[in-house]
Design a binder for this molecule. Structure first.
Ligand SMILES: [Zn+2]
Length: 613
């Protein structure tokens, strides 16, 4: 079904009352012209959402649907071929269609990511907006209006306070008309306890926290975020946006997340991100990561990710979209001082150890993990190391680290991967910056060509072996070319210790082949490791270790002294309603990965992680 010219002239009015935070219900009204349409009229909710890489639109949350054409109730039905399409049966000669419905946001985490609490609200327009199916989303114009809880501070890339009009009659924020693609890319963050920081003239950080004392207290913490913007400018040269908003929630109530958009990003971190600054280290590459996406993924977007509507999408090139972003998220975090160089090296050691000890790589090419967002939606898997799970993020990081060291080594430091970021992912100086730049889709060949312009090398072969083929080991050359080597220690590195403290787990992956979480629960088992061979599975509770009630420290002691016990550890475990004793072979003692200088080559990794701004 096409779109009549009347519709283009007359925007769809969408009004959402998002003030019902107590019940997490969004109350929605829409009004649109249907003149010229006869009989069946198809509306849809966005299905393939950019950044989710999966058909995960919130169609299941829509309820209370009612349609009236010129005041007369209309029958509706679901399209049997696509349940995201809702067919409304229009009355003869109908001119205007009014809809009312609700979008029911999760009230507990097993329903989906929590977006609404008594103190914080994340609002996504796509969860409420029904728009005509089969029309290009860039041509459907919406006039959005939103009621927020009274007195709450808020931010949205559509308009920031002064730019949006607050209706005098009803406290509703009214935004200028926008197309569907833009609207859906401009979520809202609102909260009671907030801090607004202008990182420069064009980049704003809005922080909403569970409590007032969880907002930033120390200027140096915000200063690192300010330096991030300067480091990104030094890296990319030019910005693809005019203004940018970080929408950051520090909360243990609202779901943790990182979601990229063209002019903003959404970050959900632990409530103690600022208030326990010294242990939040391992969350601090999140803002750099999402910011890099404005260039990598949003402005330069893989072809399959960019279509004229949200009814389809493909996920190729995720090792670029996420892998390169993961690499520069860490690199920028180090360059701006959010994470020290030492901790960044320890992070790279852990990433290498994780992926090198992932037996799934012996049967599944990295490129195939592009499909994981569709398969698993980040649900917990029984055997992650055998199944693999969105490995393109961090294994992608190792591939791009290697590429960076090849360029630096091959040009005696004259050129680097930074040159690709500027030449391929950033707009030309000539491009005018009024609002949003049109995204520029790209394919693999174009990327390889641009990389070859930076440094002449067999990049096609390089990626084919690391991305498309079975690679029995994770890429190590970047670490070695970088001047370091992997070493095993008997205590966790600073990075690993921080992560364990912040996220309440302990990692025995490289000794027993098991990760332990809260309440003595097994949260991961390494495929084919000692725990796997003994029959331990995810979800088991470990009641005792060597006859002593389980604690992480008791497990460490048992591993340290297991040689005296004949190289075995006895565990009493509980799964479902059965309790049993399991004997695990423990040949190695405690092992945790780190990096140390090997002293042979120039330390390229130090150069990569050094400030440029
Ligand atoms: Zn990402």
């Amino acid at each position: 079904m096409g779109q009549s010219s009347n519709e283009q002239a007359s925007p769809i009015q969408l009004t959402v009352d998002a003030s019902d935070v107590a019940r997490a219900i969004f109350w929605c009204r829409q009004s649109l012209t249907v003149e010229g349409h006869k009989g069946r009229f198809a509306l849809t909710l966005a299905k393939w959402l950019p950044a989710y890489h999966a058909p995960r639109g919130a169609i299941d949350r829509l309820a209370g649907l009612e349609f009236r054409a010129d005041g007369v109730a209309c029958r509706w039905q679901r399209d049997p071929d696509d349940p995201f399409r809702i067919i409304v049966h229009l009355t003869e000669g109908a001119r205007r269609l009014e809809t009312t419905h609700q979008s029911l946001s999760p009230t507990q985490s097993n329903q989906g990511r929590i977006m609404v609490s008594d103190e914080i609200l994340r609002f996504h327009w796509e969860e409420c907006l029904l728009y005509p199916a089969d029309a290009p989303i860039d041509e459907i114009i919406i006039e959005p209006a939103l009621r927020l809880p009274e007195g709450w501070d808020w931010a949205c890339a559509l308009g920031n306070g002064a730019e949006a009009r607050i209706g005098p009659e009803d406290g509703i924020v009214r935004f200028d008309p926008v197309d569907v693609r833009t609207l859906i890319d401009c979520p809202v963050l609102a909260g009671i306890h907030t801090h607004r920081e202008h990182l420069d003239d064009s980049v704003t950080l809005l922080i909403a926290a569970d409590r007032e004392d969880q907002l930033p207290q120390n200027p140096e913490e915000l200063e690192c975020h300010r330096r991030l913007i300067a480091e990104a400018d030094a890296l990319f040269g030019h910005r693809p946006f005019e203004k940018y908003h970080f929408l950051m929630a520090c909360s243990d109530q609202i779901g943790r997340m990182g979601l990229e958009h063209e002019n903003c990003s959404e970050e959900g971190v632990r409530a103690t991100y600022f208030s326990n600054w010294h242990s939040s280290t391992t969350e601090r590459d999140l803002l750099p990561h999402e910011y890099v996406h404005a260039w990598v993924g949003k402005y330069r977007v893989p072809q399959g990710n960019f279509h004229s509507d949200f009814s389809r999408m493909t996920n190729e090139l995720m090792w670029v979209y996420e892998g390169l972003t993961q690499y520069y998220g860490h690199v920028l975090a180090a360059r701006c001082g959010l994470i020290s160089q030492q901790l960044t090296r320890e992070a790279f050691a852990l990433i290498f150890a994780t992926y090198d000890n992932r037996p799934g790589r012996t049967w599944r090419p990295l490129a195939d993990t592009d499909n994981d967002p569709i398969f698993t939606a980040r649900e917990v898997q029984p055997w992650q190391s055998w199944q693999r799970s969105e490995d393109y993020y961090s294994e992608g990081l190792l591939i791009w680290l290697e590429a960076d060291t090849i360029i630096r080594g091959g040009t005696a430091g004259e050129r680097s991967l930074d040159d690709l970021m500027r030449s391929f992912f950033a707009p030309d100086e000539a491009e005018p910056l009024h609002g949003r730049l049109k995204p520029r889709p790209y394919g693999r060949d174009e990327l390889i060509e641009a990389l070859t312009d930076v440094f002449d090398y067999d990049w096609a072969g390089f990626f084919a072996s690391r991305v498309d083929g079975i690679a029995p080991h994770a890429p190590y050359a970047g670490i070695e070319n970088g001047g370091y080597r992997l070493v095993w220690q008997d205590r966790p590195s600073g990075w690993q210790a921080d992560d364990q403290t912040h996220h309440s787990y302990f990692d025995f992956s490289y000794s027993l082949g098991v990760k332990m979480g809260l309440s003595a629960k097994v949260i991961d088992v390494l495929w084919d490791g000692p725990a796997f061979k003994a029959g331990i599975v995810k979800g088991m509770e470990v009641l005792s270790v060597g006859g002593i009630t389980y604690s992480h420290a008791a497990m460490q002691d048992a591993i340290d002294t297991c040689a005296e016990a004949g190289g075995i550890i006895d565990l009493v475990v509980k799964r479902l309603d059965r309790v049993k004793t399991i004997t695990v072979d423990c040949p190695t003692g405690q092992r945790y990965p780190s990096l140390e200088e090997h002293g042979k080559a120039p330390r390229l990794l130090d150069a990569i992680l050094s400030s440029r701004a």
